[in-house]
Design a protein around this ligand. Structure first.
Ligand code: ASP
Length: 412
Protein backbone atom coordinates (compact mmCIF):
# COMPACT_ATOMS: atom_id res chain seq x y z
CA UNK A 1 0.00 0.00 0.00
CA UNK A 2 1.26 3.45 -0.88
CA UNK A 3 1.63 5.77 2.09
CA UNK A 4 -0.47 8.93 1.66
CA UNK A 5 1.48 12.13 0.98
CA UNK A 6 2.22 14.50 3.84
CA UNK A 7 -0.35 16.88 2.41
CA UNK A 8 -3.07 14.24 2.67
CA UNK A 9 -1.88 13.16 6.12
CA UNK A 10 -2.18 16.73 7.38
CA UNK A 11 -5.70 17.01 6.05
CA UNK A 12 -6.60 13.66 7.61
CA UNK A 13 -5.10 14.80 10.90
CA UNK A 14 -7.26 17.94 10.84
CA UNK A 15 -10.48 16.07 10.04
CA UNK A 16 -9.76 13.38 12.64
CA UNK A 17 -8.90 16.04 15.24
CA UNK A 18 -12.24 17.78 14.80
CA UNK A 19 -14.15 14.47 14.76
CA UNK A 20 -12.42 13.17 17.90
CA UNK A 21 -12.98 16.54 19.58
CA UNK A 22 -16.71 16.37 18.86
CA UNK A 23 -16.79 12.74 20.02
CA UNK A 24 -15.08 13.59 23.32
CA UNK A 25 -17.38 16.55 23.92
CA UNK A 26 -20.38 14.28 23.53
CA UNK A 27 -18.95 11.80 26.08
CA UNK A 28 -18.78 14.70 28.50
CA UNK A 29 -15.97 17.10 29.36
CA UNK A 30 -15.57 15.72 32.89
CA UNK A 31 -15.19 12.06 31.95
CA UNK A 32 -11.82 10.42 32.53
CA UNK A 33 -11.48 9.48 28.86
CA UNK A 34 -11.96 13.09 27.81
CA UNK A 35 -9.63 14.43 30.48
CA UNK A 36 -6.89 11.92 29.62
CA UNK A 37 -7.26 12.56 25.89
CA UNK A 38 -7.18 16.28 26.52
CA UNK A 39 -3.99 15.92 28.53
CA UNK A 40 -2.31 13.98 25.72
CA UNK A 41 -3.65 16.35 23.04
CA UNK A 42 -2.37 19.32 24.98
CA UNK A 43 1.05 17.74 25.36
CA UNK A 44 1.41 16.80 21.70
CA UNK A 45 -0.03 20.10 20.43
CA UNK A 46 2.21 22.21 22.64
CA UNK A 47 5.23 20.17 21.67
CA UNK A 48 4.48 20.72 17.99
CA UNK A 49 4.18 24.49 18.47
CA UNK A 50 7.35 24.50 20.58
CA UNK A 51 9.22 22.77 17.77
CA UNK A 52 7.99 25.33 15.25
CA UNK A 53 8.94 28.15 17.56
CA UNK A 54 12.36 26.60 18.08
CA UNK A 55 13.23 27.12 14.42
CA UNK A 56 11.29 30.37 13.98
CA UNK A 57 13.83 32.95 15.13
CA UNK A 58 16.87 31.37 13.42
CA UNK A 59 14.73 31.03 10.31
CA UNK A 60 13.57 34.66 10.22
CA UNK A 61 17.09 35.88 10.91
CA UNK A 62 18.78 33.79 8.23
CA UNK A 63 16.05 33.96 5.65
CA UNK A 64 15.64 37.73 5.68
CA UNK A 65 19.35 38.52 5.67
CA UNK A 66 20.11 36.00 2.93
CA UNK A 67 16.95 37.00 1.03
CA UNK A 68 17.86 40.69 1.07
CA UNK A 69 21.49 40.01 0.20
CA UNK A 70 20.51 37.93 -2.80
CA UNK A 71 17.92 40.40 -3.99
CA UNK A 72 20.20 43.35 -3.59
CA UNK A 73 22.79 41.52 -5.62
CA UNK A 74 20.24 41.27 -8.43
CA UNK A 75 19.66 45.02 -8.30
CA UNK A 76 15.95 44.34 -7.94
CA UNK A 77 15.52 45.26 -4.36
CA UNK A 78 13.57 48.46 -5.03
CA UNK A 79 11.06 46.74 -7.21
CA UNK A 80 10.60 43.92 -4.71
CA UNK A 81 10.20 46.34 -1.81
CA UNK A 82 7.64 48.45 -3.60
CA UNK A 83 5.60 45.59 -4.98
CA UNK A 84 5.68 43.72 -1.67
CA UNK A 85 4.57 46.64 0.47
CA UNK A 86 2.17 47.78 -2.25
CA UNK A 87 0.54 44.36 -2.34
CA UNK A 88 0.31 44.11 1.45
CA UNK A 89 -1.38 47.50 1.76
CA UNK A 90 -3.68 46.76 -1.18
CA UNK A 91 -4.84 43.36 0.04
CA UNK A 92 -5.37 44.58 3.61
CA UNK A 93 -7.36 47.57 2.30
CA UNK A 94 -9.62 45.26 0.32
CA UNK A 95 -10.04 43.07 3.40
CA UNK A 96 -11.03 46.05 5.56
CA UNK A 97 -13.55 47.29 3.01
CA UNK A 98 -15.09 43.81 2.90
CA UNK A 99 -15.22 43.77 6.70
CA UNK A 100 -16.92 47.17 6.82
CA UNK A 101 -19.36 46.40 4.02
CA UNK A 102 -20.21 42.98 5.45
CA UNK A 103 -21.22 44.52 8.72
CA UNK A 104 -23.12 47.37 7.07
CA UNK A 105 -25.06 44.85 5.09
CA UNK A 106 -25.99 42.49 7.90
CA UNK A 107 -26.05 44.88 10.86
CA UNK A 108 -24.56 42.40 13.30
CA UNK A 109 -25.12 43.66 16.82
CA UNK A 110 -28.25 45.69 16.13
CA UNK A 111 -30.96 44.68 18.53
CA UNK A 112 -28.51 43.45 21.14
CA UNK A 113 -27.67 45.82 23.94
CA UNK A 114 -24.46 46.48 25.65
CA UNK A 115 -25.95 46.09 29.12
CA UNK A 116 -26.72 42.47 28.26
CA UNK A 117 -23.00 41.97 28.56
CA UNK A 118 -22.43 44.10 31.61
CA UNK A 119 -21.18 41.13 33.57
CA UNK A 120 -18.42 40.33 31.12
CA UNK A 121 -17.41 43.96 30.89
CA UNK A 122 -17.20 44.65 34.58
CA UNK A 123 -14.48 42.02 34.94
CA UNK A 124 -12.36 43.62 32.34
CA UNK A 125 -10.39 46.78 32.20
CA UNK A 126 -8.68 47.79 29.01
CA UNK A 127 -5.36 49.57 28.86
CA UNK A 128 -5.73 53.00 27.32
CA UNK A 129 -4.07 52.91 23.94
CA UNK A 130 -4.59 55.78 21.55
CA UNK A 131 -3.35 55.46 17.95
CA UNK A 132 -0.53 57.87 18.82
CA UNK A 133 0.59 55.72 21.77
CA UNK A 134 0.34 52.66 19.68
CA UNK A 135 2.44 54.17 16.91
CA UNK A 136 5.16 55.31 19.33
CA UNK A 137 5.22 51.90 20.93
CA UNK A 138 5.37 50.19 17.55
CA UNK A 139 8.27 52.34 16.29
CA UNK A 140 10.10 51.93 19.54
CA UNK A 141 9.87 48.15 19.28
CA UNK A 142 11.46 48.07 15.84
CA UNK A 143 15.04 48.70 16.86
CA UNK A 144 16.51 46.58 19.58
CA UNK A 145 19.74 45.03 20.63
CA UNK A 146 19.69 42.05 18.23
CA UNK A 147 20.94 39.63 20.87
CA UNK A 148 18.15 40.58 23.23
CA UNK A 149 15.65 40.37 20.37
CA UNK A 150 16.93 36.93 19.36
CA UNK A 151 16.84 35.70 22.94
CA UNK A 152 13.37 37.08 23.63
CA UNK A 153 12.01 35.83 20.34
CA UNK A 154 10.95 39.30 19.23
CA UNK A 155 10.22 38.58 15.58
CA UNK A 156 9.79 42.17 14.41
CA UNK A 157 13.06 43.41 15.91
CA UNK A 158 14.93 40.37 14.57
CA UNK A 159 13.47 41.03 11.15
CA UNK A 160 14.62 44.66 11.16
CA UNK A 161 18.16 43.75 12.22
CA UNK A 162 18.29 41.06 9.54
CA UNK A 163 17.24 43.64 6.94
CA UNK A 164 20.15 45.87 7.97
CA UNK A 165 22.52 42.92 7.93
CA UNK A 166 21.36 41.89 4.46
CA UNK A 167 21.98 45.36 3.06
CA UNK A 168 25.37 45.58 4.79
CA UNK A 169 26.39 42.22 3.37
CA UNK A 170 25.77 43.40 -0.15
CA UNK A 171 27.42 46.76 0.28
CA UNK A 172 30.45 44.97 1.70
CA UNK A 173 30.42 42.69 -1.36
CA UNK A 174 33.37 40.33 -1.71
CA UNK A 175 34.73 41.24 1.71
CA UNK A 176 31.89 39.53 3.55
CA UNK A 177 31.22 36.69 1.19
CA UNK A 178 32.18 34.13 3.81
CA UNK A 179 29.57 35.41 6.20
CA UNK A 180 26.97 35.30 3.46
CA UNK A 181 27.91 31.72 2.60
CA UNK A 182 27.77 30.84 6.27
CA UNK A 183 24.28 32.31 6.61
CA UNK A 184 23.16 30.55 3.43
CA UNK A 185 24.33 27.20 4.72
CA UNK A 186 22.79 27.92 8.11
CA UNK A 187 19.47 28.62 6.42
CA UNK A 188 19.65 25.32 4.54
CA UNK A 189 20.24 23.50 7.82
CA UNK A 190 17.27 25.20 9.47
CA UNK A 191 15.08 24.26 6.50
CA UNK A 192 16.24 20.67 6.92
CA UNK A 193 14.99 20.80 10.50
CA UNK A 194 11.70 22.22 9.25
CA UNK A 195 11.36 19.13 7.05
CA UNK A 196 11.75 16.90 10.09
CA UNK A 197 9.24 18.87 12.11
CA UNK A 198 6.77 18.70 9.23
CA UNK A 199 6.61 14.93 9.49
CA UNK A 200 5.04 15.43 12.92
CA UNK A 201 2.58 18.01 11.61
CA UNK A 202 -0.37 15.59 11.12
CA UNK A 203 -0.21 14.59 14.81
CA UNK A 204 0.41 18.12 16.03
CA UNK A 205 -2.52 19.47 14.06
CA UNK A 206 -4.81 16.67 15.16
CA UNK A 207 -3.91 17.32 18.80
CA UNK A 208 -4.41 21.09 18.53
CA UNK A 209 -7.82 20.68 16.95
CA UNK A 210 -8.96 18.12 19.54
CA UNK A 211 -8.02 20.58 22.24
CA UNK A 212 -9.73 23.48 20.47
CA UNK A 213 -13.01 21.63 19.99
CA UNK A 214 -13.11 20.20 23.52
CA UNK A 215 -12.13 23.35 25.41
CA UNK A 216 -14.22 25.90 23.51
CA UNK A 217 -17.73 26.55 24.53
CA UNK A 218 -19.47 26.30 21.20
CA UNK A 219 -22.75 27.41 22.74
CA UNK A 220 -21.25 30.85 23.19
CA UNK A 221 -21.24 31.20 19.45
CA UNK A 222 -25.04 31.27 19.73
CA UNK A 223 -25.24 34.60 21.55
CA UNK A 224 -22.90 36.28 19.18
CA UNK A 225 -24.04 34.05 16.35
CA UNK A 226 -24.80 36.73 13.81
CA UNK A 227 -21.54 38.56 14.34
CA UNK A 228 -19.56 35.32 14.19
CA UNK A 229 -21.39 34.33 11.02
CA UNK A 230 -20.65 37.69 9.39
CA UNK A 231 -16.96 37.43 10.31
CA UNK A 232 -16.70 33.84 9.10
CA UNK A 233 -18.63 34.63 5.91
CA UNK A 234 -16.63 37.71 4.99
CA UNK A 235 -13.29 36.10 5.87
CA UNK A 236 -14.18 33.13 3.68
CA UNK A 237 -15.26 35.48 0.91
CA UNK A 238 -11.90 37.25 1.09
CA UNK A 239 -9.93 34.01 1.28
CA UNK A 240 -11.88 31.90 -1.17
CA UNK A 241 -12.98 34.48 -3.74
CA UNK A 242 -11.05 37.77 -3.55
CA UNK A 243 -7.47 36.65 -2.91
CA UNK A 244 -7.59 33.76 -5.41
CA UNK A 245 -9.13 36.13 -7.96
CA UNK A 246 -6.27 38.61 -7.52
CA UNK A 247 -3.84 35.72 -7.87
CA UNK A 248 -5.53 34.48 -11.00
CA UNK A 249 -5.73 37.91 -12.62
CA UNK A 250 -2.08 38.68 -11.92
CA UNK A 251 -0.40 35.32 -12.43
CA UNK A 252 -2.94 33.11 -14.20
CA UNK A 253 -2.61 30.48 -11.45
CA UNK A 254 -5.88 28.64 -10.77
CA UNK A 255 -7.25 28.48 -7.21
CA UNK A 256 -7.05 24.65 -7.07
CA UNK A 257 -3.43 24.71 -8.11
CA UNK A 258 -2.76 27.27 -5.41
CA UNK A 259 -4.68 25.43 -2.69
CA UNK A 260 -3.02 22.13 -3.46
CA UNK A 261 0.34 23.76 -2.88
CA UNK A 262 -0.74 25.92 0.04
CA UNK A 263 -2.84 23.42 1.96
CA UNK A 264 -0.23 22.35 4.54
CA UNK A 265 0.36 25.94 5.60
CA UNK A 266 -3.34 26.85 5.62
CA UNK A 267 -4.29 23.89 7.80
CA UNK A 268 -1.39 24.58 10.16
CA UNK A 269 -2.39 28.24 10.44
CA UNK A 270 -5.96 27.18 11.20
CA UNK A 271 -4.83 24.78 13.92
CA UNK A 272 -2.14 26.91 15.54
CA UNK A 273 -3.80 30.35 15.15
CA UNK A 274 -0.34 31.78 14.73
CA UNK A 275 1.21 33.08 11.52
CA UNK A 276 4.59 33.11 13.21
CA UNK A 277 4.45 29.48 14.26
CA UNK A 278 3.25 28.58 10.75
CA UNK A 279 6.04 30.53 9.04
CA UNK A 280 8.48 27.60 8.63
CA UNK A 281 5.75 25.62 6.89
CA UNK A 282 4.53 28.59 4.84
CA UNK A 283 8.03 29.15 3.54
CA UNK A 284 8.39 25.52 2.58
CA UNK A 285 5.04 25.43 0.77
CA UNK A 286 5.82 28.57 -1.17
CA UNK A 287 9.28 27.42 -2.24
CA UNK A 288 8.65 23.74 -2.84
CA UNK A 289 5.03 23.44 -3.88
CA UNK A 290 4.33 26.80 -5.47
CA UNK A 291 7.81 27.30 -6.90
CA UNK A 292 8.44 30.85 -5.81
CA UNK A 293 12.11 31.69 -6.27
CA UNK A 294 14.07 31.39 -3.04
CA UNK A 295 15.24 34.98 -2.83
CA UNK A 296 11.69 36.30 -3.22
CA UNK A 297 10.08 33.79 -0.87
CA UNK A 298 12.74 34.35 1.78
CA UNK A 299 12.01 38.05 1.76
CA UNK A 300 8.26 38.32 1.21
CA UNK A 301 7.00 35.47 3.40
CA UNK A 302 8.70 36.29 6.74
CA UNK A 303 7.90 39.98 6.26
CA UNK A 304 4.31 39.08 5.45
CA UNK A 305 3.98 36.80 8.47
CA UNK A 306 4.88 39.78 10.63
CA UNK A 307 3.04 42.68 9.02
CA UNK A 308 0.58 41.44 6.38
CA UNK A 309 -2.62 40.31 8.06
CA UNK A 310 -5.71 40.39 5.87
CA UNK A 311 -7.85 38.33 8.20
CA UNK A 312 -6.95 40.43 11.22
CA UNK A 313 -7.57 43.71 9.37
CA UNK A 314 -10.98 42.49 8.21
CA UNK A 315 -11.86 41.30 11.69
CA UNK A 316 -10.86 44.50 13.44
CA UNK A 317 -12.94 46.65 11.11
CA UNK A 318 -15.92 44.35 11.34
CA UNK A 319 -15.70 44.11 15.14
CA UNK A 320 -15.51 47.90 15.50
CA UNK A 321 -18.80 48.27 13.62
CA UNK A 322 -20.30 45.47 15.67
CA UNK A 323 -19.42 47.22 18.93
CA UNK A 324 -20.77 50.50 17.53
CA UNK A 325 -24.06 48.73 16.82
CA UNK A 326 -24.11 47.31 20.33
CA UNK A 327 -23.69 50.74 21.83
CA UNK A 328 -26.25 52.08 19.41
CA UNK A 329 -23.98 54.48 17.55
CA UNK A 330 -23.94 54.85 13.79
CA UNK A 331 -20.41 55.59 12.68
CA UNK A 332 -20.36 58.29 10.01
CA UNK A 333 -18.11 58.19 6.98
CA UNK A 334 -15.22 60.03 8.64
CA UNK A 335 -15.37 57.69 11.60
CA UNK A 336 -15.38 54.71 9.27
CA UNK A 337 -12.32 56.12 7.55
CA UNK A 338 -10.63 56.36 10.93
CA UNK A 339 -11.57 52.73 11.53
CA UNK A 340 -10.11 51.89 8.12
CA UNK A 341 -6.71 53.35 8.94
CA UNK A 342 -6.51 52.22 12.54
CA UNK A 343 -7.58 48.68 11.57
CA UNK A 344 -4.75 48.63 9.05
CA UNK A 345 -2.25 49.74 11.69
CA UNK A 346 -3.69 47.37 14.23
CA UNK A 347 -3.22 44.48 11.81
CA UNK A 348 0.32 45.51 10.88
CA UNK A 349 1.24 45.91 14.53
CA UNK A 350 -0.32 42.66 15.73
CA UNK A 351 2.31 39.97 16.22
CA UNK A 352 1.54 36.64 14.57
CA UNK A 353 0.45 34.88 17.74
CA UNK A 354 -2.96 33.65 18.93
CA UNK A 355 -5.45 36.41 19.76
CA UNK A 356 -2.92 39.17 19.13
CA UNK A 357 -5.59 41.01 17.17
CA UNK A 358 -7.62 41.36 20.36
CA UNK A 359 -4.89 43.46 21.96
CA UNK A 360 -4.56 45.86 19.07
CA UNK A 361 -8.35 45.98 18.76
CA UNK A 362 -8.41 48.29 21.79
CA UNK A 363 -6.78 51.00 19.72
CA UNK A 364 -9.36 50.71 16.94
CA UNK A 365 -12.26 50.99 19.36
CA UNK A 366 -10.77 53.94 21.19
CA UNK A 367 -9.96 55.80 17.99
CA UNK A 368 -13.67 56.37 17.44
CA UNK A 369 -14.65 56.66 21.08
CA UNK A 370 -16.09 53.18 21.51
CA UNK A 371 -15.71 51.48 24.91
CA UNK A 372 -12.55 49.36 24.88
CA UNK A 373 -14.10 47.16 27.55
CA UNK A 374 -16.35 45.77 24.84
CA UNK A 375 -13.62 43.35 23.83
CA UNK A 376 -14.59 41.39 26.91
CA UNK A 377 -17.61 40.38 24.85
CA UNK A 378 -15.51 39.33 21.89
CA UNK A 379 -12.82 37.48 23.82
CA UNK A 380 -14.75 34.29 24.63
CA UNK A 381 -15.24 33.48 20.95
CA UNK A 382 -11.92 34.84 19.79
CA UNK A 383 -10.05 31.57 19.87
CA UNK A 384 -12.57 30.14 17.40
CA UNK A 385 -12.58 33.09 15.02
CA UNK A 386 -8.80 33.35 15.21
CA UNK A 387 -8.45 30.04 13.35
CA UNK A 388 -9.92 31.30 10.12
CA UNK A 389 -8.44 34.78 10.27
CA UNK A 390 -4.96 33.36 10.78
CA UNK A 391 -5.46 31.10 7.76
CA UNK A 392 -6.46 34.20 5.74
CA UNK A 393 -3.38 36.01 7.05
CA UNK A 394 -1.10 33.21 5.88
CA UNK A 395 -2.91 32.85 2.56
CA UNK A 396 -2.29 36.57 1.92
CA UNK A 397 1.45 36.08 2.49
CA UNK A 398 1.65 33.17 0.08
CA UNK A 399 -0.35 34.95 -2.62
CA UNK A 400 1.80 38.04 -2.03
CA UNK A 401 4.96 36.10 -2.82
CA UNK A 402 3.47 34.74 -6.05
CA UNK A 403 2.26 38.18 -7.12
CA UNK A 404 5.61 39.82 -6.35
CA UNK A 405 7.43 37.08 -8.25
CA UNK A 406 5.24 37.76 -11.27
CA UNK A 407 5.91 41.52 -11.13
CA UNK A 408 9.65 41.01 -10.87
CA UNK A 409 9.73 38.37 -13.53
CA UNK A 410 7.91 40.56 -16.03
CA UNK A 411 10.05 43.58 -15.49
CA UNK A 412 13.44 41.84 -15.51
N1 ASP B 1 -3.54 35.00 15.32
C1 ASP B 1 -3.28 35.91 14.25
C2 ASP B 1 -2.03 35.50 13.52
O1 ASP B 1 -1.15 34.93 14.07
C3 ASP B 1 -3.16 37.33 14.72
C4 ASP B 1 -4.49 37.79 15.23
O2 ASP B 1 -4.78 37.57 16.41
O3 ASP B 1 -5.27 38.35 14.47
O4 ASP B 1 -1.91 35.76 12.37
Amino acid sequence: MKFPSLNTQILLGAVLGIAIGIGLTSIGKESTTTQTSLYIANLVGTLFIDLLKMVLIPLVFASISVGVANLQAHKQIHRVWISTLGFFVFSMSVAIVIGLLGNQLFHAGKGLQLDMFQNAMSNFSAKQQTPADFFTHFLHGLFMNPFAALAQGDVLAVLIFALFLGVALVIGGERYKNILTLLQEFLEIVMQMVRWIMTLAPFGIMALLIKLVVTQDLALLGTLGKFAAVVVGTTLFHGVVVLPLILFLVTGMTPWHFWRGAREALVTAFATSSSSATLPITLRCVEHNLHVRKEIAQFVVPLGATINMDGTALYEASAALFVANLVGIDLNLTQQLIVFFTAMFAAIGAPGIPSAGMVTMVMVLQSVGLPAEAIAILLPIDRLLDTLRTAANVEGDMIGSLVVQKFIHEKS
